[in-house]
Design a binder for this molecule. Structure first.
Ligand code: ADP
Length: 257
């Protein structure tokens, strides 16, 4: 039986009486990989904030893991990588291992202390993201790609079942970005982590994700990339050429023949 991870039903949200999300519904089961794409200001980050319970929807409902609201003790099941505003200051006084160990706190009861018994979980998150060899380095001295891997290791330390990422590739060069997406694919395929990612990489995300939510304050499209590829409505909206650049469901020859 498939496990219902996210169920968002007819969500609406306003900031100061201005509607920024209207009638958004989507459903994710364990192992789904959803890309959320849309122009600036289309409501992507607001939607993530609703999922994370930072804001309450004006209308509609959200349940996570079948619960609405998600019980406090189950929040460790959700890993969140916020938008990276600035790189760390080079002198920020925390090592990679210290940053990753903070990720364990959401699973702990009070008093929330890290101790020797946490070493295996920390080591396993470091090794999952291939940052064990830089564990004692200061986070601020690392490259953008390395910092990003450390932050995913932190989000993965409490072994979440759902990973939510807000524009994680903005500051990455193309090669590091491809590596980043391939790490997410490994987490999704091998560890069956459900992934929700906001990305501006509309030309890339179809290579990796199984579902697409294209937002422009309302859902312009929600469904599988396969359905996106064969949708006449989306051919009309994006034009066939762009539609098939986005979908990544067949090679270029097939797309344009
Ligand atoms: P996106 O992530 O797609 O760029 P956002 O969810 O950040 O979009 O914003 C959606 C709309 O809501 C935009 O018009 C933005 O200006 C507005 N908005 C975002 N945050 C606030 C806020 N805290 N107060 C008022 N308006 C906001």
């Amino acid at each position: 039986m498939s496990l219902n991870i996210v169920s968002a039903e007819s969500l609406c949200f306003q900031y100061n009486s201005v509607e920024v999300l209207s009638d958004i519904s989507f459903h994710l089961e364990a192992g789904d990989y959803l890309g959320i794409v849309g122009p600036n200001g289309s409501g992507k980050t607001t939607l993530i904030k609703l999922l994370l319970g930072f804001f309450k929807p004006g209308k509609g409902t959200i349940s996570l893991f079948g619960s609405n609201p998600l019980s406090f003790r189950d929040w460790y099941k959700v890993g969140y990588l916020p938008q990276k505003i600035n790189a760390f200051n080079p002198h920020f006084p925390a090592t990679v291992k210290e940053i990753v160990s903070l990720g364990l706190l959401s699973r702990k009861k009070y008093p929330k202390n890290i101790n020797k018994s946490d070493e295996p979980a920390i080591n396993s998150a470091l090794s999952l993201m291939d940052v064990s060899d830089i564990r004692d380095e200061l986070i601020g001295e690392l490259s953008g790609g390395q910092q990003q891997r450390v932050l995913i290791a932190k989000a993965m330390a409490c072994e979440p079942e759902l990973l939510i990422l807000d524009e994680p590739t903005t500051a990455l060069d193309p090669e590091t970005r491809e590596k980043f997406f391939s790490i997410l694919t490994t987490l999704n395929e091998q560890k069956k982590i459900t992934i929700v990612i906001i990305t501006h990489d509309i030309g890339t995300i179809g290579k990796y994700a199984s579902k697409l939510l294209y937002l422009d304050k309302k859902a312009i499209f929600y469904g599988s990339f396969d359905a996106f590829c064969s949708s006449n409505e989306m051919s009309g909206y994006f034009g066939e050429y762009s539609q098939h650049l986005i979908c990544h469901r067949h090679d270029d020859k097939a797309a344009h023949s």
